[in-house]
Design a protein. Structure first.
Length: 174
């Protein structure tokens, strides 16, 4: 997987060496990587919640645990970003989930998380680059994802990388 040097726009460190590797079920790293995914995802899941559907942190953690159970049973690409021995982010991509409207094949970005103190340092970009490379390698012509309207940082990342709004989910409290 690619290695990349990048500026850290948050000012924490001038240059960061970021490596991204695939984590396969049954590999030497899998158990520790999957524990990291579940822990970081649970810690950061609240950033996926829209103010249109306010809920408790505990409920969001339960929802993230259910997502992990669901994706773990499917064909899954798990990418881990690290700096040295420190895991600093992850991306989960489903590679056999066709688009629900067109039925065209796609890579579906199920979840991306970066350690809060490592954000705006190129970690998300490195993970997204690796996922897109893997999707191309698997012959998937599209990559899609869902992002909360209020998650401005993630939306900026996806816009910079060429993602465009295809559909909108509307919500009304009753």
């Amino acid at each position: 997987m690619p290695r990349r040097r990048t500026d850290n726009r948050s000012g924490l460190a001038p240059l960061v060496e970021i490596a991204v590797r695939a984590s396969e079920r049954g590999s030497a790293h899998w158990d520790a990587d999957w524990a990291f995914v579940k822990e970081l995802g649970a810690r950061t899941a609240l950033s996926s919640v829209s103010s249109a559907r306010p809920c408790s942190d505990a409920m969001v953690r339960v929802a993230f645990a259910r997502l992990c159970e669901t994706v773990e049973r499917q064909s899954l690409v798990t990418l881990i970003a690290h700096r040295g021995d420190d895991r600093i982010g992850f991306l989960l991509m489903l590679d056999q989930l066709p688009d629900e409207v067109t039925l065209l094949p796609q890579g579906f970005l199920a979840y991306l998380a970066v350690e809060p103190e490592r954000r705006r340092a190129g970690v998300g970009t490195a993970l997204l680059d690796a996922a897109e490379d893997e999707a191309r390698r698997r012959g998937l012509p599209y990559m899609s994802l869902i992002v909360s309207q209020e998650n401005r940082g993630a939306r900026r990342l996806y816009k910079r990388r060429g993602y465009q709004t295809e559909r909108r989910v509307l919500c009304k409290a009753l």
